[in-house]
Every structure is written in structure tokens, then in C-alpha cells.
Design a protein around this ligand. Structure first.
Ligand code: 3PG
Length: 211
């Protein structure tokens, strides 16, 4: 990856961006190392648990080969806290201009979430052309992405929400999909039981998904 991180470079790094939910800070570093061992270095650690920021900080310090970012970034305060913890990018479930502006000021690459044509237009108006489609399966999935190829042929998507090893390849085969996001790479049970090699195996398996 080039030194300058962009939403597109993050999306192109691997077929899947893992969406990670951590409840214990001590899980962060071995989890990140397990994903790296499986060839996944772009990691989205969500801010939906109280430990999210501390986990980002731990990974940023101890696993410099990883490119750790914050997920579930919903407003300017979340973005500032994420950047302060060492996040190198932000992913949001939806889009507001205030969030877009805040990330620009922080120099924090943002992958904003959209689920409708109007939201795509709002994000594009603010200069965001690489977007997370969230929640993808619940919002129309493959058919929605195909429908958007007409009016929004210039937009590249990372569908997230309801993606699994069963349907990921079908999403990745679409011309407007660069990568997908999903939580299946980091099962809660693997974290709780310290089954790090299971996480490595799940990460390894994703490289076969992109044709
Ligand atoms: C999320 O924000 O929870 C992600 O979209 C993950 O969705 P998934 O659990 O369906 O992969």
C-alpha cells in the first residue's frame, strides 16, 4: 500500500475488511496478529463497545504492520477520539456532512455508509466516491448494487451487513464492488477461548473469494 492511505487503497488491500467487536482490551493485540498471519492487515475495530478506543490504541502501538481504523464512527466527536487513539481511518454506518468535514479536518480517511440513492448523492456532493453499502443484504443486496451501476457507475462500494463466506464471492464479482465487510472473521467465541488460529484460518480463506 502507498504511504498515503485513501478509502480506495483500504478497500483494495484485501477482499474483506473485518468488522471487529472487542469486549476485552487484552484480546486486541493477539486478534490483530492472528488476522495479519492470515494476510489481512486493514482492521475495522468498532466503537460500539466501551473498549473499542483502547483496543485501537493497543493495536496501533503494538502491531504497526496492521492498518487499524475505527468503525461505528457516528459523529465528529467519535472521529476525533478515534484519531486520538491512533486510528488511521474511519468507517461510519451512515453519512452526514458534519462527519465528512470533521474527518477531512482530522486528515482521517473516511469510508461512509449509505443505503439509498439520496445518501449516495449527498456523499458524492461532499467528494466521497468510495462508499460502504450498509446494511447491504437487508437493504437490497446484489440487486441494489446492480441497480446503482446505472446512475452511479462511478461509485465503488464495500457492501457490509449480512455478508458471509456463502455470499461474499457473488458480491465481489460485481463491477462496482471492490471489497466487502463482515464480522465473520472474528467470532466472539474465538476471542473468548483464545482460538487465534481459527481467526487466522478464516482470514486466509478470504483470499480465494475474489476471482
Ligand atoms: C456491522 O456493523 O455489524 C457490520 O455490518 C457487520 O455485519 P455482519 O455481522 O452482518 O457481518
Amino acid at each position: 500500500m502507498a504511504a498515503q492511505i485513501t478509502a480506495l487503497s483500504l478497500m483494495q488491500d484485501a477482499p474483506v475488511i473485518p468488522v471487529i467487536v472487542l469486549h476485552r482490551t487484552e484480546h486486541a493485540v493477539p486478534m490483530a496478529e492472528a488476522l495479519l498471519a492470515g494476510g489481512i492487515r486493514v482492521l475495522e475495530v468498532t466503537l460500539r463497545t466501551p473498549q473499542g478506543l483502547a483496543c485501537i490504541e493497543a493495536i496501533a502501538k503494538a502491531v504497526p504492520q496492521a492498518i487499524v481504523g475505527a468503525g461505528t464512527v457516528r459523529n465528529a466527536a467519535d472521529a476525533a477520539a478515534a484519531a486520538n487513539a491512533g486510528a488511521r481511518f474511519a468507517v461510519s454506518p451512515g453519512y452526514t456532512s458534519a462527519l465528512g468535514q470533521a474527518c477531512r479536518k482530522l486528515d482521517l480517511p473516511l469510508l461512509p455508509g449509505v443505503a439509498t440513492s439520496s445518501e449516495i448523492m449527498a456523499a458524492q456532493e461532499d467528494g466521497f466516491g468510495e462508499l460502504k453499502f450498509f446494511p447491504a443484504v437487508q437493504s437490497g443486496g446484489i440487486q441494489m448494487l446492480k441497480a446503482w451501476q446505472g446512475p452511479f457507475g462511478d461509485v465503488r462500494f464495500c457492501p457490509t451487513g449480512g455478508i458471509s463466506p456463502v455470499n461474499a464471492a457473488e458480491f465481489l464479482a460485481l463491477s462496482n464492488v471492490v471489497c466487502v465487510g463482515g464480522s465473520w472473521l472474528v467470532p466472539g467465541s474465538a476471542l473468548e477461548n483464545g482460538h487465534w488460529s481459527q481467526i487466522t484460518d478464516l482470514a486466509q480463506a478470504t483470499h480465494k473469494l475474489r476471482a
